[in-house]
Every structure is written in C-alpha cells, then in structure tokens.
Design a protein around this ligand. Structure first.
Ligand code: 13P
Length: 250
C-alpha cells in the first residue's frame, strides 16, 4: 500500500496568535489538497486560535514540543493529554535539533516524550539528523541509527507504523542549503532499513519518513518523488504562500 505523503510546517518561534490566524486564512485555500496530510506545527500559544481557524479545512494542527509528564509542578511545560489533546492537537514535533542543541534534549528525553505522545493518541514527528562535521567524518548513519533506536525504545510495532520520522541534516536547516536528492534519499532509506531491523518489513513499509532542511517550492517535487521520502518538514517556507506550492508539489 502506498504511503500517504505528509507535509508539515514547523513555524518555530514565529507568529503571534493574531498573525497565526491571518496566516491560516491566507494558506487555507492554497493547501487544500486531500491527497496529502497537511500539518501546521505551531507555537504553543498559537495552538488554540489555529485549531479554531483551521476548523472545516484539511489542515491538522501539531505542537512543536511537549513534556513527558501529564500534570504537576513543571513550570512552563505543556502537558500532552491535559493540554494538547484537549486543544485538538494531532501531531507533535519531538527532538528537533534546535531543542537538542539549545535546550539540552537527549535521546532519552525524546524517547520518554514519544512514549507519552503515543499513550495519548498524538502522532510524534521525531526529528533526527547529523551535523556537517559528522557527515564529513562519515558517521552520519551511525549517529542517526542511534537517535532512532533510542528514540523508539519501548514503542510497539503497531505504534511505530503510525509514527513519522523527519530526517533533518543540521547543516541544511535554515541555511538555504538543501541536501541533494541523493543525500536525502540515502539517509531516509537507511532510516527505513533501521526500522526494518528493529521491527520488521511491514513496519518499515508503513512508517512515514520526511525530509527537512531548506525545503522550498523548487526542491520539493524531486525530493518528494523519492521512494523513501514521504513528504517534508518545512521551516521558513511554511510561513508564506510558498507552502501552498510545496503541498501541491506534483
Ligand atoms: P528550514 O526549512 O527553515 O530550513 O527549517 C527546517 C526545519 O528545521 C523544520 O523543522
């Protein structure tokens, strides 16, 4: 069975609540494509107004992070069941390289969050990806396999089948330097092989693997045509009309 493409925007720390609603209004008609899953991952404070603005459209809403506890004395954190689910969130980006780099998130933290997301029916979009130095040292796949294996510890095959993994080479994020189609496909295929080893072929065939890192309307068509690339996680270009072109890449 062919995997449905999933094209997600990661707004990062951009857009106030009122700007967020205006952006949804602008993009609504441009991203109306039922052939792909369209997800807007937005800052926590924008979730409620964006869910409201996206009602009746094909846009699904995701969070950019969450905590692995359900409630309590964790000042500043967001609870998956009590807050995200109640607000109508379907997806959550976990382990983005920016969270790993600036906020010290480890593979173990990411693993706890993935388990908690599944527990509450939120689909994790787990990010992985190497630095330029790691690529030059030839350890890209070793590094990513570790991120994937630790991130998915304790996740069942049935859960893994519904998960999304985003391969985002750190050197390609926000740099305007998209990985070549060959580089992106090679790693996405490697991630799928890793899932097949940890689980089985059926799980590897079902899981969706995105590419992220300077995706734009020009590079999306070739990237998304690759056998192992099931869509994209888009930063900068998800904040403008270009995102409509990316969603309608065919
Ligand atoms: P850019 O598309 O801005 O490079 O960001 C990619 C990214 O980090 C998405 O999560």
């Amino acid at each position: 069975m062919a995997r449905k493409k999933i094209i997600a925007g990661n707004w990062k720390m951009n857009k106030t609540p009122s700007e967020a609603v205006a952006l949804v209004e602008e993009l609504k008609p441009l991203v109306a494509n039922e052939d792909v899953d369209v997800v807007f991952c937005v800052p926590a404070i924008d979730i409620v107004p964006v869910v409201e603005a996206a009602k009746g459209t094909n846009i699904q809403v995701g969070a950019e992070n969450m905590y692995f506890e359900e409630s309590g004395a964790y000042t500043g954190e967001i609870s998956p069941p009590n807050m995200l689910v109640d607000a109508g969130v379907k997806y959550v980006v976990l382990g983005h390289s920016e969270r790993r780099e600036y906020f010290g998130e480890t593979n173990e933290d990411v693993n706890k969050k993935i388990l908690k997301a599944f527990e509450h029916g939120i689909t994790p979009i787990m990010c992985c990806g190497e630095t330029l130095q790691q690529r030059e040292q030839g350890v890209t796949m070793d590094f990513i396999r570790q991120q994937v294996k630790v991130g998915f510890q304790g996740v069942t095959a049935d859960q893994a089948k519904t998960a999304v993994i985003a391969y985002e080479p750190i050197w390609a994020i926000g740099t305007g330097k998209t990985a070549t189609t060959e580089q992106a496909e090679e790693v996405c295929a490697g991630i799928r092989a890793c899932i097949a080893e940890v689980y089985d072929e059926a799980t590897a065939e079902a899981i969706r693997i995105q590419y992220g890192g300077s995706v734009n309307a020009a590079t999306a068509p070739e990237l998304f045509a690759q056998a192992d690339i099931d869509g994209g996680l888009v930063g900068g270009a998800s904040l403008k009309a270009d995102f409509g072109k990316i969603v309608n890449y065919k």
